[in-house]
Design a protein. Structure first.
Length: 337
């Protein structure tokens, strides 16, 4: 039966010390990480000192960051007790989102997305379990399950496309859709690449590579190749959507800021029975020719008041790539302002 670590606090001047006693020493090894790198991450992020003594961890620091470190260590240990693995993203998520009980679930609780508004949000795929790492990501994932048409708008690195593809794979595995269709406008990012060699697939694949990367994170390579061959998964430029009716499909349009208003209208009207659509984009990265308006901004203006269409917004605080990415985005936004 899972046992939470025992916490004993002592005070000595400005900095206090809290000792956590962990019942399972093997899980404690996983909690600390290779060469105690997980502890080093917490020390750096929270400005505390963590000392390891046998099956105890002593956290030294001011009250607020010390308590936050205790909450994170307790939640991560409960995760290990539940039989889950521990990755860098899990530490980042606990630091961003706070204790599990504040989010409406007990630490280590494996409550599914559908079991209540307060539970943890988990997306099961063939290769890994995906969990949102910020509150905005959590709300976004919920909107993907609850709405037939959802928009995710925000800067690079906030997980808009990654989470959408994860939900698509999850719904395909569960039999809720019969196929996955991933699309992007084939627009060059500010440079002319000239004529590309090969057949049509060879020409468009460089534009679609981020979608292949996301799929390969969730499905074994051989299974992905087989599903693509059987047309259960389609990865195609936006122009290839014209004239189609997409029924019982999970459809993702990535980089939607580079779709024209006419292309956006064409894409959105492909929605068929039993299908779901997700449109993702970043309004600050428009690569369309000068004078051509973005279909993403157009859709946002026209569709925002329609029920059952959700709009999720991200900021630099939701960036889950390298911490420098958030700083870079902030710097550009300040300069534009």
């Amino acid at each position: 039966m899972p046992q939470n670590p025992q916490v004993v606090a002592t005070t000595d001047g400005q900095d206090s010390e809290s000792s956590l006693s962990f019942p399972d020493n093997f899980l404690l090894i996983d909690l600390c990480g290779e060469f105690d790198r997980n502890l080093a991450t917490l020390e750096e992020r929270l400005s505390v000192q963590i000392l390891r003594r046998g099956n105890e961890l002593s956290v030294i620091g001011e009250e607020e960051p010390r308590q936050q470190a205790i909450n994170v260590l307790t939640a991560l240990y409960s995760r290990l007790e539940a039989g889950k693995t521990l990755e860098d993203g899990d530490i980042d998520r606990e630091l961003r989102m706070g204790p599990a009980e504040v989010r409406g679930a007990e630490p280590g609780d494996q409550k599914e997305l559908f079991n209540g508004a307060g539970g943890q949000v988990e997306i099961k795929t063939r290769k890994k379990l995906i969990e949102p790492r910020t509150d905005a990501q959590k709300a976004y994932v919920r909107s993907l399950y609850n709405n037939e048409l959802a928009f995710g708008i925000g800067p690079a690195g906030t997980g808009k496309t990654y989470l959408a593809v994860a939900v698509a794979v999850n719904m395909y595995i569960n039999g809720e859709v019969d196929r996955i269709i991933l699309s992007r406008p084939a627009v060059e990012a500010g440079e002319k690449l000239g004529y590309l060699p090969g057949d049509m697939k060879d020409k468009v694949d460089p534009y679609m590579q981020p979608l292949y990367d996301a799929l390969n994170d969730f499905l074994p390579g051989k299974q992905t190749a087989k599903l693509i061959e059987e047309k259960r998964i389609e990865i195609a430029p936006l122009a290839f959507m014209r004239g189609r009716t997409l029924s019982r499909a999970f459809v993702v349009l990535d980089e939607a800021q580079n779709a024209t208003p006419m292309q956006m209208k064409m894409f959105l009207t492909r929605l068929g029975e039993g299908s779901r659509m997700v449109v993702t984009g970043d309004r600050t990265q428009i690569d369309l020719p000068r004078g051509v308006s973005s279909g993403l901004a157009d859709a946002e203006r026209l569709l925002k008041s329609i029920p059952k269409i959700s709009f999720s917004y991200f900021t630099s605080k939701d960036v889950v790539r390298h911490p420098l990415v958030a700083a870079i985005i902030d710097a550009y936004e300040k300069d534009e302002a």
